[in-house]
Ligand binder design. Structure first.
Ligand SMILES: Nc1ncnc2c1ncn2[C@@H]1O[C@H](COP(=O)(O)OP(=O)(O)OP(=O)(O)O)[C@@H](O)[C@H]1O
Length: 360
């Protein structure tokens, strides 16, 4: 069997995975409590995967993770992963749990993450940044419409496919932001990476997580066009002061070539006053995005995903108001819990999405 050398799977886990038609290959990356492996479909599944996309498998071993992660963050991540379905969010193929391990099979992003890309290729042209910011902003708009905040938006969580489309990933800090009565829940947990955190998050007071997500989008856009961070984050106090005093500037190397519209957009996203900071809809409808006429209208897949967000939002609200366990989608087969089965129709629906760069 072609198992990854550095992977510690028991023989019965190997058998379980292969009986479900998956094989793990080499390691792709590592997070705090997870390892991600390239994987492939074997047997009858292989033929079913008409799109012939390679997969990545994130393995989380809860026996090695802290209680807070196991009890709070992981259940939220899984609950959200089984619900989301958007052309610019990494497609989840299936999720299994066996004993202490969770296996999340998802679309592999062959071209790594946005940070690696910028570091390797330098500042990204405005035309390409526009396409990518739009893709990630539409993914965030979809989440926000479902009343989900991502809370860890950063270049490392924007993955690039073989066709150079961006897919949002890593829902480890994401959460629903309304309670059973439909009231907004303010976040108190400090989440995400310092460099992308909004000033209100750094202050440690309750904050509106959707509005904080928009700040992080501003940092991502800044990084794309400058190949630099907007603020010095080596000292939290200084970072906060710089954010509050709007002490950032475009790099001299790029400033003269940038459009006024992109400057306006970054300024409205890196706005310390949350009452003035733009919302994600304003990014989607911004003059900067409209400079490329192909980007003005939603594709059919983008449009239907956005409509579905409203349906999912109501379903979630109903389920929490009736206090049904959110794991109602969970089914038990043998000793393996299947949290999300391989949903081929979604691959078909979104696998051929026409995005503005190339379809994938
Ligand atoms: N679908 C994918 N395709 C390709 N590589 C991936 C994919 N998903 C994750 N990776 C790689 O694995 C790494 C870790 O994945 P992920 O960020 O989901 O784990 P995590 O434990 O939640 O990370 P963190 O501790 O940063 O929150 C990523 O940085 C990326 O390099």
């Amino acid at each position: 069997m072609n198992m990854a050398k550095d992977l510690i799977l028991t023989p019965s886990e190997e058998t379980t995975l292969s009986s479900r038609g998956y094989r793990l290959l080499n390691k792709l990356g590592e997070g705090s409590y997870a390892c991600v492996y390239l994987s492939e479909l074997i047997g009858p599944n292989e033929e079913k995967d008409k799109n012939n996309k390679s997969l990545a498998c994130k393995i989380i071993d809860v026996s090695k993770a802290p209680k807070d992660f196991v009890k709070k963050f992981l259940p939220r991540e899984l609950d959200i992963l089984v619900r989301v379905n958007h052309p610019h969010i990494i497609h989840i193929h299936s999720i299994f749990q066996r004993k202490s391990k969770y296996f999340i099979f998802m679309r592999n992003a062959e071209n790594g993450d946005l940070l690696e890309f910028v570091l390797k290729k330098g500042p990204i042209s405005e035309a390409q940044s526009r396409v990518w910011l739009r893709q990630i902003a539409l993914a965030v708009q979809y989440l926000h419409d479902m009343d989900i905040a991502h809370r860890d938006l950063k270049c490392e969580n924007a993955l690039i496919t073989s066709n150079y489309n961006l897919k949002l990933a890593d829902f480890g800090f994401s959460r629903f932001v309304i309670d059973a009565n439909g009231r907004k829940i303010a976040s108190t947990t400090y989440c995400g990476s310092l460099s992308y955190a909004a000033p209100e998050v750094l202050r440690g007071m309750p904050y509106h997580p959707k509005i904080a997500d928009v700040w992080s989008l501003g940092v991502i856009l800044y990084i794309m066009i400058n190949k630099a961070m907007p603020f010095d984050d080596t000292n939290v106090k200084r970072l906060h002061e710089q954010q509050m005093n709007r002490r950032w500037k475009f790099r001299s190397k790029v400033i003269d070539s940038l459009s006024e519209q992109v400057k306006v957009l970054v300024t409205h996203l890196l706005e310390p006053d949350i009452t003035k900071r733009w919302r994600v809809e304003q990014i989607v409808n911004s003059e900067w995005l409209a400079m490329d006429s192909r980007l003005i209208h939603l594709s059919p897949a983008e449009e239907s995903a956005l409509a579905q967000a409203q349906v999912e939002r109501r379903t979630h609200l109903n389920s929490i108001s009736k206090r049904q366990p959110s794991e109602k989608k969970l089914t038990q087969i043998e000793d393996v819990k299947v949290l999300k089965a391989n949903i081929q129709e979604n691959v078909n629906k979104f696998g051929s999405t026409t995005t503005v760069v190339k379809s994938d």
